[in-house]
Design a protein around this ligand. Structure first.
Ligand code: IMP
Length: 195
């Protein structure tokens, strides 16, 4: 089954491909010949996920999905949340975002946080959403050089390593994206059986 993944983030594509079997042919925007930066103007992950998937479906009439992810930090009242990519400004710098996060958390005893992913799938024109979360904590200094975004400062519950110290497979045992993707794959498998 061919599906366009509506993202320009190669890290997300690599993670997705490591999680799904080859019977699902995940095509990137670039591979589909689409060169646009899809806007994320909304105040919720759900609305942004829908907006990105609809944009690509309307352009291509091809089955597709998108995902939107946010890091929600308890002591910061859920920030950066839906604004995670642009927390420190419009240039979306991973490093600047982490710096701002660590400064805002300095001196706060509660370092708990969670990642939340919403996947929006559009199959034959109909939309279905899937959610995955990963609880953990923000550590005080960066560790590891794998992954992307806030990975160097996020330690998931059940591990002592940051996501940036894990291989793709290890991250997939814990991650928000993996949990949402498992639901997506289960849905697609059922859909195929009923087809
Ligand atoms: P978006 O879903 O592309 O809007 O991603 C929002 C931002 O959240 C990204 O730019 C990253 O900074 C961060 N992010 C998303 N997923 C992850 C992850 O799996 N690990 C670390 N940071 C992430």
């Amino acid at each position: 089954m061919k599906l366009i993944f509506a993202t320009n983030n190669q890290h997300k594509v690599d993670e997705l491909r490591s999680l799904v079997t080859t019977e699902f042919d995940i095509i990137t925007l670039k591979e589909a010949g689409i060169d646009i930066d899809i806007p994320e103007p909304y105040d919720t992950l759900e609305e942004n996920a829908t907006g990105k998937a609809r944009t690509i479906f309307d352009m291509t009439s091809t089955n597709c999905f998108s995902e939107d992810t946010g890091l929600e930090v308890t002591a910061l009242n859920g920030e950066p949340g839906v604004k995670s990519a642009r927390y420190a400004g419009n240039n979306r710098s991973f490093d600047a975002n982490i710096d701002k996060l660590l400064i805002n958390l300095a001196g706060k005893p509660d370092r708990s946080a969670r990642f939340r992913t919403v996947i929006s799938l559009i199959l034959d024109g109909h939309e279905t959403q899937f959610e995955g979360e990963c609880k953990g904590r923000i550590i005080e200094t960066r560790r590891g050089d794998q992954g992307f975004g806030y990975d160097p400062v996020f330690v998931p519950e059940g591990s002592d390593k940051t996501f940036a110290e894990m291989t793709l497979t290890e991250k997939g045992e814990f991650s928000h994206r993996a949990r949402a993707t498992q639901k997506l794959v289960a849905f697609l498998n059922t859909y195929k059986l009923n087809d």
